[in-house]
Design a protein around this ligand. Structure first.
Ligand SMILES: Cc1cc2nc3c(=O)[nH]c(=O)nc-3n(C[C@H](O)[C@H](O)[C@H](O)COP(=O)(O)OP(=O)(O)OC[C@H]3O[C@@H](n4cnc5c(N)ncnc54)[C@H](O)[C@@H]3O)c2cc1C
Length: 436
C-alpha cells in the first residue's frame, strides 16, 4: 500500500473510490484528488456540475438500485457483484447522512393494467436521499476523507495527462509548476469532463464501444395527473420501442412533490434536467421527467447531439412549448430560463432540428393523454434534454484499466455510467482491486 494514487474528479465516483481505499487502511496521504470545482463548504447550490460529490450527488440524489439502470456495471463485474457494489454506495450515502432513517426505498412490483397497451413500465427500486440533505452529506463525507489525510486540490483543472510517463498536468502548472506523478490514476471526470475524456481518447487512440444518441425534452405537468402511477412507482419509467426505426423512448428521472426543472449549460448551450426537494416548504405539487429517445445508428452521436442542441437555442437559451402553461419557477423563485415557442415553431424548427425524430416525442405525449385523461393541455416541455454519453473506452473488465495503460482506470460517467449508484460502484470496484 505505498503507491501514489491520483484521482481526477471529486464527483460521486472519485469520492467513493477514495472512501473505499481509506476505509481499508490505505494511507490518505498517498491519495490526491484534483477537482476543478469547489469543496462542499464553498460550493454554491447552483454550481450543479463541478465540485465535491460532482453532479447528481450534489443536486438530486436518487439512488437507483438495479443493474439495468444507470449504465454499464454487471457487464464488467457480473450481476451479483454489481448489486453488492451498489449496496456499498447506498451505505456510504446513509453513513454521512444527518438523518439516515429518512433515506427510503420505493420498490414497485407489478406493471399496472391502465398503462397498457400504450407503454411498458420498467420497475426497479430507488433509494431517495433527499436533495436538501446532499450539501450536509457532502460536508460530513469531505470531513471524513480530510481526517484520513486525503489531499484535495480544488479549483484546479487537469489539462493533460501523460499516460506514458504517469504525469498529470493542471492549469496551475504554468503559474507554480503544479504537476503530479502517479503510480495509479483514477480518471473520474464525469459529464463536465467529457471534452477532456474525448481529447485523451483521440490523443492516445483509445479504442471505444459504439454509442447511441440520447436526446428529447423535459416534460412538466401538475402532479395530480400522474398520481395514480406515482403511487405505484415514484420514479416511474415508461418506455416504448420502435425496433424497425432504431428508436426507443423512455421517461427519465421523474421528480415529484417539490419538483423543479433545472437548466444545464454545456458547451455554452442550454438544455434541461430536473430535481426534487425533500423539504415540504418547497412543495409545488409538480411532476417533471425527461422524455428521452435513444437513437441508434447515427455515425457520430456526440457531434450530432451537440449540433442539434445548438440549433435548439433561441435568445441564448433553450425552448419552452406548452398548449396552455407558462414556464415554471426554479426552487430559488426565478422563472426557468427558456424561450416560449408556438406550435408552428415546434413543427418547423424543432422537428427538422431533431432530424425528424421529434414526432416520436409528440406521439409519446399524445398517448400519455390517453393513459392519464386529465392531462389534456395541462403540460409543458423544455427543449432539449440531452445526455452526452462519453465515449466508452475499452477497458480490462477486472479493474476498468485501459487496455494499453494498466495503471489508468476509467470510472463513472467518464466510462459508461449514467447515474450515481453505477458511477460510485465502478469506482469502488477499482479501489477494491487496488487494495488487493
Ligand atoms: C442535475 C443532475 C441531476 C442528476 N440526478 C441524478 C439522480 O438523481 N440520480 C442518479 O443516479 N444520477 C443523477 N445524475 C447523474 C449523476 O450525477 C452522474 O451519473 C454522476 O454524478 C457521475 O459521477 P462521476 O463521478 O462520474 O462524475 P461527476 O459526479 O459529474 O463528477 C465529476 C467531477 O470531475 C470534475 N472534473 C471534470 N473535469 C475535470 C478536469 N479536467 N480537471 C479537474 N476536475 C474535473 C468535476 O468538477 C466534477 O466534480 C444527475 C445529473 C445531473 C447533472
Amino acid at each position: 500500500m505505498d503507491k501514489q494514487i491520483v484521482i481526477v474528479g471529486a464527483g460521486v465516483a472519485g469520492v467513493n473510490a477514495a472512501t473505499k481505499l481509506v476505509d481499508n487502511g490505505y494511507p490518505g496521504k498517498l491519495i490526491t484528488i484534483i477537482d476543478m470545482g469547489k469543496d462542499p463548504y464553498n460550493r454554491k447550490p447552483e454550481e450543479v456540475m463541478t465540485g465535491f460529490l460532482g453532479a447528481g450527488g450534489w443536486s438530486d440524489g436518487k439512488l437507483t438500485y438495479h443493474t439495468a439502470i444507470g449504465g454499464q456495471l454487471s457487464k464488467y463485474c457480473g450481476e451479483e457483484k454489481a448489486m453488492e457494489l451498489m449496496d456499498q454506495v447506498i451505505t456510504n450515502f446513509k453513513r454521512f447522512h444527518p438523518k439516515p432513517e429518512e433515506v427510503q426505498c420505493s420498490n414497485p412490483e407489478t406493471e399496472p393494467e391502465f398503462i397498457k397497451p400504450y407503454f411498458g413500465l420498467r420497475l426497479f427500486p430507488v433509494w431517495h436521499v433527499g436533495t436538501d440533505y446532499l450539501s450536509e452529506i457532502a460536508k460530513n463525507w469531505y470531513d471524513y476523507l480530510v481526517s484520513k489525510g486525503v489531499e484535495f486540490q480544488w479549483e484546479t483543472k487537469v489539462t493533460k495527462i501523460n499516460f506514458k510517463h504517469n504525469i498529470v498536468v493542471t492549469n496551475a502548472s504554468e503559474v507554480d509548476n503544479f504537476t503530479l506523478e502517479y503510480d495509479e490514476l483514477i480518471f473520474a471526470v464525469g459529464k463536465s469532463g467529457i471534452d477532456f475524456a474525448q481529447q485523451l481518447a483521440n490523443e492516445y487512440e483509445l479504442p471505444d464501444e459504439p454509442k447511441s444518441v440520447q436526446i428529447g425534452v423535459r416534460f412538466e405537468a401538475p402532479q395530480k395527473h400522474f398520481q395514480k402511477l406515482i403511487d405505484i412507482s415514484y420514479d416511474f419509467k415508461l418506455y416504448r420501442k420502435f425496433d424497425d426505426k432504431g428508436v426507443s423512448l423512455r421517461s427519465f428521472c421523474t421528480n415529484n412533490n417539490a419538483a423543479y426543472v433545472a437548466v444545464e449549460e454545456t458547451y455554452g448551450d442550454h438544455s434541461y434536467n430536473g430535481h426534487a426537494k425533500k423539504d415540504e416548504a418547497y412543495r409545488n405539487d409538480m411532476t417533471n421527467f425527461g422524455i428521452l429517445m435513444e437513437i441508434n445508428g447515427i455515425e457520430d452521436p456526440f457531434t450530432w447531439s451537440r449540433d442539434v442542441v445548438n440549433k435548439l437555442q433561441s435568445n441564448g437559451t433553450g425552448l419552452y412549448y406548452s398548449p396552455s402553461r407558462r414556464p415554471s419557477t426554479t426552487s430559488e423563485g426565478n422563472e426557468v430560463t427558456s424561450t416560449p415557442i408556438s406550435i408552428d415553431t415546434l413543427t418547423h424548427v424543432v422537428e427538422p432540428a431533431m432530424g425528424g425524430y421529434f414526432k416520436y416525442v409528440m406521439d409519446f405525449i399524445q398517448d400519455m393523454k390517453k393513459v392519464f385523461p386529465t392531462l389534456q393541455h395541462d403540460w409543458g416541455i423544455y427543449i432539449p434534454e440531452v445526455k452526452y454519453l462519453s465515449p466508452e473506452v475499452k477497458v480490462n473488465y477486472e479493474n476498468l484499466s485501459l487496455i494499453d495503460y494498466p495503471n489508468v482506470h476509467f470510472v463513472g460517467d467518464a466510462l459508461s455510467a449514467r447515474g450515481i449508484t453505477v458511477s460510485g460502484a465502478q469506482a469502488i470496484y477499482v479501489a477494491e482491486n487496488l487494495i488487493k
